[in-house]
Design a protein around this ligand. Structure first.
Ligand SMILES: Cc1cc2nc3c(=O)[nH]c(=O)nc-3n(C[C@H](O)[C@H](O)[C@H](O)COP(=O)(O)OP(=O)(O)OC[C@H]3O[C@@H](n4cnc5c(N)ncnc54)[C@H](O)[C@@H]3O)c2cc1C
Length: 271
């Protein structure tokens, strides 16, 4: 078994003090937000300075440092640096934990989804783990994503992207995900997080129309079946006006959304 815990910058013996490069009490080279050390024209990135000791963090910093030199502008979002433990299943996370939220007194909500309920994980016979999405209660912005799953490192990329763009749980939940894929578990966890709020009139209407759609399909199918078996039974036909009413409700909801300048979930691009 290889135990590889703890890494540290090895700056002793480099004679940094002779050229005036400042080092902190942990041996890390001190830099400012533009990767400048205390010596003009010497920049520093990666493991030897602050932040997580990860290859992709060093890579982002390297690019940003060159951009600062080239154009005077660079960017690394330290709140969205992913971490992955490459075990089986993998463990991957980005952003805040529940403990962080409690310590920072952030009002938060949590959505989860177990991999055992994900169709692709079931087909792959690889159902260990879950997805957890942590969101800010007031804005529903995603604060953290935590995944245990065989493909957690790859699944996490969606959470990192969502955080980079300041997405809410609803943004992720309303994004179409291919089926069957493990990424659907991220969507479901996001849906679980944001669905804990009080439902709006639009949400209620949308769910009513979806339910009516399903009822209609069921009635039409059963009508066809019953017509064969039992001709006078025409209840589904009698209920058709009900479906028409819900259809009108959907049109009204779409109009209401358009007036508010929002995209209607009931009238997506498929219309
Ligand atoms: C066993 C192990 C596994 C890891 N696995 C992962 C992982 O799965 N994912 C991940 O993101 N990160 C991983 N890391 C961390 C990752 O390797 C580092 O975060 C990353 O390489 C840091 O990049 P860097 O450019 O800051 O430093 P480095 O990649 O260490 O580059 C520093 C370079 O400077 C050179 N150098 C040092 N001293 C001198 C000197 N005096 N003069 C001239 N040259 C010098 C070194 O030879 C080296 O080439 C792992 C690290 C280890 C040790």
């Amino acid at each position: 078994m290889l135990v590889a815990i703890g890494r540290r910058p090895v700056t002793a013996g480099l004679n940094l003090e002779k050229i005036g490069v400042e080092v902190d009490d942990k041996g890390r080279i001190v830099i400012d937000s533009e990767f400048n050390t205390s010596v003009k024209n010497i920049k520093c990135i990666g493991d030897v300075t602050f932040g997580p000791m990860l290859a992709h963090k060093a890579e982002e910093e390297g690019i940003a440092a060159v951009e600062y030199i080239h154009s005077g502008v660079g960017h690394v979002n330290y709140k969205a640096i992913p971490s992955v433990v490459y075990t089986h299943p993998e463990v991957a996370w980005v952003g805040k934990t529940e403990e962080d939220c409690k310590a920072e007194k952030i009002d938060y909500k949590v959505g989860t989804f177990p991999m055992v309920a994900n169709s692709r994980a079931k087909t792959n016979n690889d159902t260990d783990g879950l997805v957890k999405v942590i969101i800010e209660a007031s804005t529903e912005k995603i604060l953290g994503v935590h995944i245990i799953a065989s493909a957690a490192g790859d699944m996490l990329a969606e959470g990192v992207l969502a955080m980079e763009y300041g997405a809410t749980a609803e943004d992720v939940a309303r994004t179409c995900h291919a089926h069957p894929t493990v990424s659907e578990a991220v969507k479901e966890a996001a849906m679980d997080a944001y669905s804990q709020r009080e439902p709006s009139l639009l949400t209620v209407l949308t769910h009513c129309t979806i339910a009516a759609d399903r009822l209609h399909v069921a009635l039409v199918s059963s009508d066809q079946l019953l017509r064969c078996l039992f001709r006078p039974y025409r209840l589904p036909v009698m209920l058709l006006p009900f479906y028409k009413i819900t259809f009108n409700a959907r049109v009204m909801a779409a109009g209401w959304c358009a007036n508010r300048g929002r995209a209607s979930p009931a009238s997506s691009n498929r219309d």
